[in-house]
Write a protein that binds this ligand. Structure first.
Ligand SMILES: Cc1ncc(COP(=O)(O)O)c(C=O)c1O
Length: 377
């Protein structure tokens, strides 16, 4: 017999889809760059391992890396120091440790719908209740402040935000960020801002929540930006004393983040900006290919994503998004059903364009073929 939380928490729809794929399927399902980490970062990892950096380090991370991250946040809040920074074992771990530090059983947590697959389960794992708020396509995937007001109860503890968004690609302009901060302050809520896609912006300007309120935790990651999803390394930024409390949870989850990975990431932050810019330029070009291609498939409609690396087209075909994703899977294309991200994902598919141009074109071919077979609903 296992605990109720283990019985009730579900494995993500994305993983399920990936695990049942036929061999050689085109994978537009998983959100990870098809790039390798920059060569200097790979060298730094090998050097660190050969040089003996194979031991436990400080729970909050190596001081030099914390310092470097803090410097990068000082243009948002000049008083940011390494005391505000924790190096985590990925953005996912940062989100979980934050949830464990913030939510009490019975608390309510406002989570985006559609939104990244971990926010609601993490709230549940902490005994809290996720309360979805809408990000409607018709409103540019922006939150509706009136609806947010109506969802607040005396138990509401936190507001989880994610801009640029997975899965919608929506970006909150500065005015929305300011309104959300005012809303959170008026109701005494902590904002958990997942900013892992902050550098992948194609339209408009990214606005961080850091420096706008004392009740903000920014969760971030090196996974996407340094193309190291398998290394499991990220960070978060929070005001003290909250940073100290999250660090306690983080210690109990994983003791400390990987020591050699931290040494390598530090080299990446110092030396890899040109490589990162080139990767983002390539994503921008692929975004054009996929958005234009999707909008030419009969029965698909795609709002160009402002950021991140996902297209989130609406389909006008028979069946649920799960049915359509399964049918495409059988034809050799892995996508993610929009429903995996919440009820407002119904009628959508998520396709990652962090995949080669070739794979994007082959994926579009499969979608065109499927459209011919089913016609439009
Ligand atoms: C919005 C968002 N947040 C957090 C993560 C977690 O990234 P990681 O755990 O690899 O750092 C992801 C990964 O897909 C994501 O899309």
């Amino acid at each position: 017999m296992v605990a109720q939380r283990a019985r009730e928490v579900e494995i993500s729809g994305i993983r399920r889809m990936f695990e049942s794929a036929p061999p050689n399927a085109i994978n537009l399902g998983l959100g990870e760059p098809d790039f390798e980490p920059p060569p200097e970062v790979i060298r730094a990892l090998c050097d660190a391992v050969r040089g003996g950096m194979n031991h436990y380090g400080p729970s909050a991370g190596l001081p030099a890396l914390r310092e470097k991250v803090a410097e990068r946040y000082q243009d948002r809040d000049a008083s940011t120091t390494s005391d505000n920074v924790l190096i985590t074992g990925s953005g996912s771990e940062g989100l979980l440790s934050t949830a464990l530090a913030l939510y009490d059983p019975g608390d309510e947590v406002l989570v985006p719908n559609p939104g990244f697959v971990l926010y609601a389960p993490h709230a549940r794992l902490a005994g809290a209740v996720p309360v979805p708020y809408d990000l409607e396509e018709a409103h540019g995937f922006q939150p509706n402040l009136e609806q947010l007001e109506s969802l607040v109860t005396p138990r509401t503890r936190a507001l989880v935000v994610n801009s640029p968004s997975n899965p919608t690609g929506g970006l909150f302009p500065r005015s929305v960020v300011e309104r959300l901060v005012a809303f959170a302050e008026a109701h005494d809520l902590t904002i958990v801002s997942d900013e892992v896609y902050e550098e992948m912006v194609y339209e408009g300007r990214f606005a961080s929540f850091w420096g706008r309120s004392d009740r903000v935790v920014v969760v971030n990651s090196f996974s996407k930006i340094l193309a190291m999803t398998g290394w499991r390394i990220g960070f978060l930024v929070a005001q003290r004393p909250l940073a100290v409390e999250i660090n306690k949870m983080h210690y109990h989850v994983m003791a400390c983040p990987s020591t050699p990975a931290q040494a390598a990431v530090l080299v990446g932050l110092n030396e890899s900006s040109a490589t990162i810019r080139a990767m983002i330029r390539e994503f921008r070009a692929r975004r054009e290919i996929i958005t234009r291609g999707l909008n030419r498939v009969p029965g698909l409609e795609c709002v160009p994503p402002a950021g991140a690396f996902y297209a989130f087209p609406r389909f006008y075909w028979p069946g649920t998004s799960q049915d359509v994703a399964l049918a495409l899977l059988k034809r050799g294309l892995i996508t993610t059903p929009g429903e995996a991200f919440g009820s407002l994902g119904t009628g959508h598919l998520r396709l990652s364009f962090a995949a080669s141009r070739d794979n994007l074109r082959r994926g579009l071919d499969i979608l065109r073929e499927y459209a011919r077979e089913v016609g439009t609903a």
